[in-house]
Design a binder for this molecule. Structure first.
Ligand code: 13P
Ligand code: SF4
Length: 298
């Protein structure tokens, strides 16, 4: 299967991009593995004709917006992000009416239609930087993740209006999980994703994006790490830092949408050239501005 994927990839002039939460075997066939920001930067600069996006729908959509002349394939059309679906364009328009003049920052985990209603995008690796760039005149509408929003607000002097969205996978990490593991592993460094609840983040040494976690592990002198995010990240952590020990904060933190992509589906995507993700030009025109504004800031 891997040989076939590699062969077809050459034939189709395709590149495989995979998120850090993908299954290990999917990460292993990818040309680039990374976080949401890294993946969108790769999608913007690749000269491949086809991008096979091993991640969830909003990520493939972002790649399609940044590379409108390329074919972007999502190996499973049902791989979505429940958090991204917690707000739609109509709801955001209503929120904007309630807060006239407020700038809107959208977490990249949002649909293209929602991005089209926003001023600037952010990811978990740059939300603080993005929010700090905005003026102080009006409070900032931050959608859809209330927890990334609350974390960002706590690290800046800005007033953020939060939308009650959340990631169901990161909700599975409880504060007790961390407290108990810290007792068992008193020397372990605790690294969590900012999509975790504030009480979980309060127990951590650092709240970082997935690439941020990988980088921190590489640089840290600690030997043991409690990892508070989706379990797929442990695959890359073990490859990059084989001498270190990784303890998942919760074995339940598995994103079923990320795990919907399998090696078979990657092969079928290349064989059948499906499922093609596109963004209507009128939406793309507005939404890509918010994404490009973020890429300019970082
Ligand atoms: P990162 O940008 O940190 O990789 O996060 C993406 C995501 O979906 C987290 O749940
Ligand atoms: Fe969405 Fe959470 Fe899955 Fe990330 S881990 S894709 S935020 S549901």
């Amino acid at each position: 299967m891997i040989e076939k994927i590699i062969e077809l990839k050459k034939e189709r002039k395709a590149v495989i991009l995979a998120h850090n939460y993908q299954l290990g075997e999917v990460q292993d066939v990818a040309d680039f593995v990374g976080d949401s920001l890294g993946l969108s930067q790769q999608a913007a600069k690749t000269d491949a004709k086809v991008i096979v996006f091993c991640g969830v729908h909003f990520m493939a959509e972002t790649a399609a917006m940044l590379s409108p002349d390329k074919i972007v394939l999502l190996p499973d059309p049902n791989a979505g992000c429940p958090m991204a679906d917690m707000i739609n364009a109509e709801q955001l328009r209503e929120e904007k009416k309630k807060n006239p003049g407020s700038p809107v920052v959208c977490y990249v985990n949002s649909t293209a239609e929602v991005k089209a209603e926003c001023d600037v995008c952010c990811t978990s690796s740059n939300s603080i930087k993005v929010v700090e760039r905005l003026g102080d005149e009006r409070p900032i509408i931050f959608i859809p993740d209330q927890y990334l929003g609350a974390y960002t607000a706590s690290k800046t002097n800005k007033k953020l209006i939060l939308w009650p969205g959340y990631c169901p996978t990161h909700m599975k990490i409880g504060v007790d999980d961390i407290i108990n593991l810290k007792k068992e592993h008193p020397y372990a460094e605790v690294l969590v994703h900012p999509e975790c609840r504030p009480e979980v983040i309060a127990q951590a040494d650092h709240a970082l994006s997935t690439d941020g976690i990988i980088k921190r592990v590489r640089q840290s002198l600690s030997r043991e790490f409690i990892i508070g995010t989706e379990l797929g990240i442990i695959h890359r952590l073990k490859i990059e830092s084989p001498e270190k020990i990784f303890i998942p904060a919760s074995k339940r933190a598995i994103c079923p949408d990320m795990k919907a992509i399998t090696l078979e589906k990657v092969l079928w995507a290349l064989e059948r050239m499906e499922y093609h993700v596109t963004v209507p030009p009128e939406i793309r025109e507005k939404a890509v501005k918010a994404v490009n504004r973020m890429l300019e800031i970082v």
